[in-house]
Ligand binder design. Structure first.
Ligand code: NAI
Length: 246
């Protein structure tokens, strides 16, 4: 087992990519703190994680709220006494062309996708600094690298995550903490399910491997990045996109 008795916090872990990461880490022996806004999916994921033998703390947390993310950390320490891994995965989209994008769409996406990463990393890294160990993985997006019409808010938030990742990697490296970002391409989840078939087939033509990715594909990369197999890797942005952006 790659993560035996490690303590992992996964934000937005009730469904989609975050849920696959939580299940994959639990299968590798990690205990899991899973947080999300969606309480019903959170309890389903909690049951599944416990079925894999993990000790689980499932918390309703809004990552945009600093008091709530601090409380999440305190509850984690009360139960597990330490934190080894943080996966900043919670994210949303509110797509529109710039001329039609509302200020509220901009604020909502930047708040969840970027400020949420700041809130969680700020609290958790304080503990990792004292422990002199830890792994942080931020889920960015290929869109933060190549951009996309209709996603200026989302692209800005994900590009922001990349700059944040590199800065924090430099700050935390002297204390043995690795910080990396994953930039997925098109992954089949509820987030992408609502896109119409025409957009999906246009996307597919841009993917050299000729297929969409799965949550498990991303979870496998996250597992590598939090395991000792990647101990000399920090400050990197690793694309997982079927070759879409080379
Ligand atoms: P999803 O929509 O299936 O899951 C996101 C989860 O985050 C949901 O369970 C949601 O309740 C939770 N969440 C939303 N706002 C929250 C908040 N304020 N506080 C706590 N939890 C919150 O999305 P998916 O596809 O699993 O995406 C996960 C991450 O991967 C996101 O950051 C997304 O931007 C990123 N990503 C996804 C891609 C895809 O093709 N699906 C491609 C590139 C990046």
């Amino acid at each position: 087992m790659l993560l035996k008795d490690k303590i992992s916090i996964i934000t937005g872990g009730a469904r989609g990519i975050g849920r696959q990461i939580a299940l994959t880490f639990a299968r590798e022996g990690s205990h899991i703190v899973v947080c999300d806004l969606n309480e019903s999916m959170l309890s389903e994921t909690e049951v599944e994680l416990k079925g894999l033998g993990a000790e689980v703390l499932a918390l309703k947390v809004d990552v945009t709220n600093s008091l709530q993310t601090e409380d999440m950390l305190n509850k984690t320490l009360d139960k597990f006494k330490r934190v080894d891994i943080l996966i900043n995965n919670a994210g949303i989209t509110k797509d529109a062309l710039l001329v039609r994008m509302k200020e509220s769409d901009w604020d909502a996406v930047l708040n969840v996708n970027l400020k949420g990463v700041f809130n969680c990393t700020k609290h958790v890294s304080a503990v990792m600094l004292k422990q002199r160990s830890g792994k942080v993985v931020n889920i960015a997006s290929i869109i933060g690298i190549i951009g996309n019409a209709g996603q200026a808010n989302y692209a800005a938030s994900k590009a922001g995550i990349i700059g944040f990742t590199k800065s924090i990697a430099k700050e935390l490296a002297p204390r043995g903490i690795n910080v990396n970002a994953i930039a997925p391409g098109f992954i089949q989840t509820d987030m992408t399910a609502s896109l119409n078939e025409e957009i999906k087939s246009q996307m597919l033509r841009l993917i050299p491997l000729g297929k969409f990715g799965s949550g498990q594909d991303v979870a496998n990369l996250a597992l590598f990045l939090v395991s000792e197999h990647s101990s000399y890797i920090t400050g990197q942005v690793i694309k997982i996109d079927g070759g879409m952006a080379m």
